[in-house]
Design a protein around this ligand. Structure first.
Ligand SMILES: Cc1cc2nc3c(=O)[nH]c(=O)nc-3n(C[C@H](O)[C@H](O)[C@H](O)COP(=O)(O)OP(=O)(O)OC[C@H]3O[C@@H](n4cnc5c(N)ncnc54)[C@H](O)[C@@H]3O)c2cc1C
Length: 456
């Protein structure tokens, strides 16, 4: 990037909010995948008007912009592809309003999700989306990826809570979508279009989200199984009994062993699977649901159930699940996190197919994830410097996607397409569906400024 453009960027956001040194730029060249791409410059805007000016400048000079929150994405979405500007939204981190009356909040995109949870919970309110990365990831990143999390089973995902957005368009105009009402059918649903648009259709500068009253009670159960199929069948059976837990997470044997080795929580390393089940609601409802769950788990041959009611005991059980991502990289240095998702009823079949794929391609494939909503996280642990193994891994990844689609599922339940899954988009959307997406992108971003090389 030429010096004149850097000077113009510095004039917009002030010198200290532009990074040009290589060792600084490298810090913005990665996300949670193994992909890399170094931006030509890193810019930290403080407000919407600065972003407007940056986007106009980028259109004039035909420079790509790569929006970025905390860089925890698992599909390569924020990684710069062709130099360009890494536009980091973390300085825009104000919680502007929490309204108990309207049950909503208005936030800037750089607010970290855990902080937002804490602030709304202080007022007896509840924002359900809870990606496992919530200590770090941003509200803007969550909206751009339409993030989910363990509680999606009962409460849905980010798109179910976004009421309205302020967005800087790819041409540098400011647009508002939706508003402060739950009901809003004025025009096309641009809020939904932008939620999950992965930074390709606009830069999200303000988010209005719906809140719920905080559930009065919670219980968590850790259930141990001697076969993975018994655990998978239990998931089906719980739903069949009409219970919708807030979370229903599964971990297979490889995952259990990694977590235990990493965090010494006291998990049984000879178990084949664990379910972590949390129910919430009124005291009576929680009591009733947990009793049904105990009955169903016992009927499906569980070895042991541990039930925790106190926050500190529940937290201890959750530590096992939260440790997974860091724990499994003990196996191999490169982690490829997939989130192919199937209808709930097909989980046992998907688990069987994943096992067969792991055997066929001789790869480490721990399975864990949000079993309640069919969003398993088959993770391949490999070494990107081993070309022979990487060739097998690529074939395995293709087969995982084929299996998910074959069972009526989708390529991605929550991590998005980014660069990792774009070669497979046509399998799911078909030629016409993919072309429709492309035409939307071309119509709103004729210069292909925003996050080029992603999704398509
Ligand atoms: C350990 C771990 C656990 C995870 N668990 C979950 C999980 O349970 N559920 C889940 O859904 N995801 C999970 N993720 C993935 C990731 O945390 C989410 O996708 C999250 O939403 C990304 O937020 P971020 O702020 O890090 O965004 P980034 O990674 O910085 O960006 C993600 C995408 O959003 C775009 N973007 C960011 N901010 C904006 C903005 N303001 N305007 C427009 N576009 C923007 C970027 O261009 C990029 O395409 C996990 C990741 C890790 C590393």
């Amino acid at each position: 990037m030429d010096n004149k453009t850097v000077r113009r960027l510095k004039a917009i956001v002030k010198d200290e909010n532009v990074l040009t040194e290589l060792e600084d730029r490298v810090c913005y060249s990665y996300d949670g995948t193994f992909k890399r791409g170094i931006p030509a410059v890193v810019v930290f805007p403080a407000n919407t008007q600065e972003i407007v000016q940056i986007v106009k400048l980028a259109n004039e000079e035909k420079i790509p912009i790569f929006p970025r929150g905390a860089g925890t994405g698992l599909s390569g979405g924020s990684i710069p592809q062709e130099g360009g500007i890494a536009l980091v939204l973390t300085r825009m981190n104000k919680i502007k309003e929490i309204s108990q009356e309207d049950l909503l909040a208005v936030v800037e995109p750089g607010v970290v999700v855990e902080r937002f949870h804490q602030e709304v919970e202080k007022l007896g309110l509840f924002y359900p989306p809870d990606p496992a990365s919530l200590k770090t990831c941003t509200m803007g990143g969550n909206v751009a990826e339409n993030a989910g999390g363990p509680r999606a089973f009962k409460y849905g995902v980010t798109k179910d809570y976004v009421l309205g957005l302020e967005v800087v368009t790819p041409l540098g105009e400011v647009m508002r979508t939706g508003g402060r009402t739950v009901k809003n059918v004025t025009g096309y649903d641009l809020t939904r279009l932008l939620t999950g648009s992965e930074g390709t259709l606009g830069i999200i500068t303000e988010i209005t989200v719906r809140l719920l009253p905080k559930p009065k009670d919670k219980k968590t159960a850790l259930v141990i199984f001697d076969t993975l199929m018994d655990a998978a069948n239990t998931v089906k059976a719980i739903i069949y009994e009409g219970v919708i837990p807030a979370t229903l997470e599964i971990m297979d044997k490889i995952t259990i062993n990694c977590v235990e080795n990493h965090s010494k929580i006291g998990l049984p390393v000879d178990a084949e699977a664990i379910l972590l089940i949390e129910v919430d609601g009124s005291k009576n409802q929680v009591q009733e649901d947990i009793a049904i769950i105990e009955k169903v788990c016992t009927a499906n041959n569980c070895r042991k159930i541990e039930i925790a009611s106190l926050p500190e005991d529940r937290e201890r059980l959750w530590r096992a699940r939260r440790a997974v991502s860091s724990a499994i990289v003990q196996l191999k240095p490169t982690k490829i996190s997939e989130d192919a998702t199937v209808p709930r009823s097909r989980i046992p079949e998907m688990v069987k197919r994943l096992r067969a794929i792991a055997e066929k391609y001789r790869i480490h494939l721990p399975v864990f994830g949000h079993a309640g909503d069919g969003n398993l996280h088959p993770n391949i642990l490999t070494d990107k410097n081993d070309p022979e193994e990487m060739a097998r891994v690529e074939q395995a990844v293709e087969e995982i996607f084929k299996a998910a689609l074959d069972l009526g599922g989708t390529l991605s339940g929550e991590h998005g397409i980014g660069v990792m899954k774009k070669p497979f988009m046509e399998w799911e959307l078909g030629e016409v569906g993919l072309d429709y997406l492309r035409r939307i992108k071309q119509a709103v971003d004729p210069n292909n400024i925003l996050n080029p090389g992603k999704v398509f």
